[in-house]
Design a protein around this ligand. Structure first.
Ligand code: CP
Ligand code: NVA
Length: 330
């Protein structure tokens, strides 16, 4: 059966069927081939998109910019604080203005409700470039990366270590459930995903042959895992004061050589990035001087190891965001 998501917004993966998600992964692989072979693909010439960022970004912004330009589109970037949105103009009014000028709108910011409202009022496709609750574009890149390594997705076990209630962990739980994978959240009870989202994902997994497990046991999380995934312990928008508590709660769930040792023999390490695996960042250096730790969610050893596919994953953001824009705008 054909899949057509033209004209749709891309706000969260719960809105998409497994076939639609698989179509986006396939399309991402197609765009990767075109890019790598230097084949022009200016399929959306004449269209224009706007990127609204209320939080900082490297990968997502650059993926939308390069992806948009490769597809032949005009791209406007509005950085945190440089538009009227929120302060002087409501989300609804912003959506109605931008929807008259642009063919598609990317939003990175806070509540999921904001991106949902933008999509409701804009009249053009809106793409979620990360909210407090979800990071769906990251998932298409991640699943492409997993598939490149294992040749399949169904039946694989992916364990997320650490702050298992953040946007990336929530989205991984959804995408794994949708694609018949076994998702495991490994962390302290305080940082588990919300009950209602877990229940929704378990119901999805029941239909696809996947599963959702929550555990505070590192041994259980690592056992037989094909993918070990982690993310930073304090996300954008959360208060700095949280660092002390998160370091205390999440240090036992750091991804280190001992964790990788307990995983499947062919396990890969993934991280959406950016990552605190050393002290070569302002925050990393501050945390080191304040708390005496030089590595946080992942050790430098694992990050730099042959099992780490984090830079393939980062590259795949561009191919997959291009696929999402093309599929919804064509
Ligand atoms: N993974 C990711 O979204 O990275 P950026 O914050 O740099 O966009
Ligand atoms: N959980 C992180 C993801 C960054 C890509 C954050 O929201 O800051």
């Amino acid at each position: 059966m054909g899949v057509n998501i033209a004209g749709r917004s891309f706000l969260k993966l719960l809105d998409f069927t497994p076939a639609e998600i698989e179509y986006l992964i396939d399309l991402s692989a197609d765009f990767k081939r075109l890019k790598r072979t230097g084949t022009p693909h200016r399929y959306l010439e004449g269209k224009n998109i706007v990127l609204l960022f209320e939080k900082t970004s490297t990968r997502t912004r650059c993926s939308f910019e390069v992806g948009g330009m490769d597809l032949g589109m005009g791209v406007t970037y509005l950085d945190p604080g440089s538009s009227q949105m929120g302060k002087k103009e409501s989300i609804e009014d912003t959506a109605r203005v931008l929807g008259r000028m642009y063919d598609g709108i990317e939003y990175r910011g806070f509540d999921q409700a904001i991106v949902e409202e933008l999509a409701d009022k804009a009249g053009v496709p809106v793409w979620n470039g990360l909210t407090t609750e979800f990071h769906p574009t990251q998932m298409i890149a991640d699943m492409l990366t997993v598939r490149e390594n294992f040749g399949r997705l169904r039946g694989l076990k992916l364990t997320f270590f650490g702050d298992a209630r953040n946007n990336v962990a929530n989205s991984l739980m959804v995408v794994c459930a949708k694609l018949g994978m076994h998702f495991c959240a490994c962390g302290p009870v305080e940082n588990m995903p919300e009950d209602s989202l877990v229940a929704t994902c378990r119901e999805v997994a029941r239909q696809t042959g996947g599963s959702v497990t929550l555990t505070d046991s590192v041994a259980e999380g690592a056992a037989d895992a094909n993918v070990i995934y982690t993310d930073i312990w304090v996300s954008m928008g959360e208060p700095e004061e949280l660092w002390a508590e998160r370091i205390r709660l999440l240090s036992p769930y750091q991804v280190n050589a001992a964790v990788m040792e307990q995983a499947a023999t062919d396990a890969i390490f993934m991280h959406c990035l950016p990552s605190f695996h050393d002290t070569k960042t302002t925050i990393g250096a501050e945390i080191a001087s304040k708390f005496g730790i030089c590595e946080m969610e992942v050790t430098d050893e694992v990050f730099e190891s042959a099992r780490s596919v984090v830079f393939d994953e980062a590259e795949n953001r561009m191919h997959s965001i291009k696929a999402i824009m093309y599929a919804t705008l064509k």
